[in-house]
Design a protein around this ligand. Structure first.
Ligand code: MD3
Ligand code: FE
Length: 194
């Protein structure tokens, strides 16, 4: 494990083999399809998203929030696969979080130049719990800005199976991600939302 910034831990290859995780993504997306959400201001986001777990991150003209039911299907989000939970809890423990209990996983799909601009994850209730993220599919460069959305970010190339864990002083840090390097990138983002 290396720290790419204070309290931003990188566990290279911790999610290898990625095959079973990718199969689970496929299965989740058959029940809750990837879709392009809109910002509260009405602009379509560049990545496509879906969720699994007890609730799911959602955005439309009503704002950013967590929903218990998938607004697209009216059904609950698919349950979080045991392999997902295990990987996230294990990675968090490795990074120094003994009591991690994620209740949701946001799945991002990046195709055709899709990216994520600098932002912070602040729609959750409990900022004492870290966030765990897993890269699958194509590689991409992750950008870490830290406390302010300005200056030149730390750049980290994330390959399939790489896992990031960040919390405490980094929990509300600004971050973004560049488009995938050829092909489709998936990202799993585990959070304690409620
Ligand atoms: C470090 N996703 O869904 S995950 C997101 O690759 C999101 O799909 C990106 O940002 C992706 O909100 C990046 C890695 C990540 C996410 C949030 C962080 C790293 C972070 C928050 C604070 C510090
Ligand atoms: Fe984020």
């Amino acid at each position: 494990m290396i720290f790419v910034a204070p309290e931003v831990a990188l566990l290279r290859g911790f999610g290898v083999p990625t095959g079973p995780l990718e199969e689970a993504v496929d299965s989740i997306s058959r029940a809750a399809p990837f879709r392009q959400l809109r910002t509260p201001g009405g602009r379509p986001m560049s990545a496509q998203q879906t969720n699994c777990g007890d609730c799911g991150w959602y955005s439309d003209s009503a704002g950013y929030r967590y929903e218990t039911f998938d607004p697209l299907t009216g059904h609950p989000w698919p349950p979080m696969p045991e392999a997902f939970r295990h990987l996230a809890v294990d990675a968090a423990r490795r990074a120094g979080y003994a009591h991690y209990d994620p209740d949701t996983c946001l799945l991002n799909r990046y195709v055709d130049g899709a990216r994520m601009g600098a932002h912070r994850d602040a729609d959750e209730r409990d900022f004492t719990q870290p966030i765990v993220s897993v890269t699958l599919g194509a590689a991409a460069t992750f950008l870490w800005y830290g406390e302010a959305r300005k200056g030149s970010p730390v750049r980290i190339r994330l390959e399939p199976g790489d896992v990031l864990v960040w919390g405490r002083s980094a929990r509300l840090g600004y971050h973004g991600v560049q488009p995938p390097e050829g092909g489709t990138r998936f990202n799993l983002t585990f959070r304690r939302a409620r």
